[in-house]
Design a protein around this ligand. Sequence first.
Ligand SMILES: [Zn+2]
Length: 231
Amino acid sequence: MPQYRIERLDFIPSGRRCNFCSRPLTSRVAYVLRDEKGNECLSGPTCLSTHARIDKSKEIYPNFAKACKGEIGDHKDVKAATKREGAAKPKAEGHLEIEYLVLRFRQLGNLPGMKIKTLEEAYHRYVKTGQITDDDRLHISRLIAKVSKERPEYSPKNLTACYAYMHWIKAALEDLHEDKQAFLRQMLFSLMKNLYLSPAQAAAVNKWFVKIEGAPVLDPEAFVPKQRSTA
Ligand SMILES: [Zn+2]
């Protein structure tokens, strides 16, 4: 039986299935696993313990699906799964730093200013080994503290919100006739440029998600506004 590790908890494209039980992952959030040969596979929370035999409370993994208000569902036993989901939250050392690093370099790496030079080596180390050094961790945690204070649009909370909204706006655009895309395109552009949507904009965007199967209701107040200078 192959050994798996959790690479991340993430949004997934539509129409994907759990690799263990083949049922559709309708919540469009899944655990992305790797086996020892490096093959990627997707799992819902139930199959994670029953088939992949992973106890996620003991694992360190980045969670990129955090701006969701609801919890993840798994096939039809949504209620049972969400209860378990709420129970165990990994708090291992380095977990938040890795999440932040991958968020900036991979999930949002195409946005200007994300791939900062001082983190490049740490990211390459992480891609190669799946780990970061103690020095990397210290450096990243200092950066998180600094941006959270001075540039809150780069804080983990705000970047997580940007990633979630970008993902679901793009998903909504996929199914939408060109004539109706103007508003969401404008919001996507604004979000990528400013790393921000106002609560009113975010609430308006959420109304478009209702039509997508599996789309979550995202927190309209998930974004942290830029600090206005007093000058
Ligand atoms: Zn499954």
